[in-house]
Design a protein around this ligand. Structure first.
Ligand SMILES: C[S@@+](CC[C@H](N)C(=O)[O-])C[C@H]1O[C@@H](n2cnc3c(N)ncnc32)[C@H](O)[C@@H]1O
Length: 256
């Protein structure tokens, strides 16, 4: 077995994370540049170092998961959500159960809560937010952001739901209270069910076709009939019917 193949097996044994479900060329490139930066020559010597040094392991976990996010990412999509998708979901259900899957540092689940607050009382909303990476979950719970993360936030929302503290912007407590964070691996853990809306954006691009196939099916099973999967702007699903979905709008898939 080659150096990378053995590394993938060792990491799976040590952490439960299966790197074989991520696109290989991309992942290999990212990790090679990390171990070279640290002065290692191969995946096998790198693994020995990770195995005996928790800080290095944390840095590896941080590098393998790309955590970039922002509030109202691709703002036009959030308008479609607010103006077209949510009104239908609310007609069908007076309380909404929503999941931000691969939520990173919290910008996405907090955006969901902000958008929902425009059209219904937050007491009727439960937003769950999950990510593989515990570091980002910790940051998400703190809820402090630099101005860069707020570039697409409408001015009225910025006034209503953010407090400036020094250089940072703090998310308002009533928005924070709506979101519950938890660690979860989308590729191996079981999913809750009965969701009206699942938002999973900008993570599936890193997964292999086989991993995506399985994930679409698991998302479908986790939604109630009529519930919607909202994906990232480069993550259109070809043949959504294969997985029990129909396109309700670009990047929004309704469970049939
Ligand atoms: C680029 S961020 C996307 C954040 C947000 N959804 C957005 O669109 O702005 C990708 C996130 O996926 C997470 N991730 C990667 N692999 C994962 C897995 N197997 N299970 C759950 N989350 C994962 C990473 O930790 C990272 O926070």
């Amino acid at each position: 077995m080659n150096d990378y193949g053995q590394f993938v097996l060792s990491i799976k044994k040590k952490t439960g994370i299966d790197l074989a479900l991520y696109k290989e060329a991309q992942m290999k490139r990212r990790l090679t540049s990390l171990y070279e930066k640290k002065g290692y020559q191969s995946f096998s010597t790198f693994f020995d170092a990770l195995n005996s040094n928790q800080d290095m392991m944390n840095e590896f976990l941080d590098r393998m998961t790309i955590n970039v996010s922002e509030f109202y990412r691709n703002a036009k999509r959030w308008e479609v959500l607010e103006e077209k998708i949510l009104p239908r979901l609310m007609k069908e259900n007076s309380r909404l159960k929503v999941w931000s899957a691969a939520c990173s540092t919290g910008e996405e689940p907090y955006t969901i809560a902000m958008v929902l607050s425009n059209i219904m009382p937050l007491s009727k909303v439960a937003v769950q937010a999950t990510d593989l990476d515990l570091n980002v979950i910790q940051k998400a719970k703190i809820g402090f952001y630099s101005e860069r993360a707020l570039a697409e936030v409408p001015e009225s929302v910025k006034k209503k739901y953010f407090h400036k503290e020094g250089q940072y912007f703090k998310v308002a407590e009533d928005i924070k209270k709506t979101v519950a964070f938890k660690q979860q691996n989308l590729l191996s853990d079981r999913f809750d069910s009965g969701y009206d809306l699942i938002v999973c954006r900008n993570v599936m691009i890193y997964f292999t076709e086989e991993a995506k196939d399985e994930l679409y099916q698991k998302f479908n099973a986790a939604l109630r009939p009529g519930g919607v999967l909202f994906v990232g702007s480069t993550e259109q699903i070809f043949n959504p019917e294969r997985y029990g979905f129909e396109a309700e709008d670009t990047f929004f898939y309704k469970k049939i």
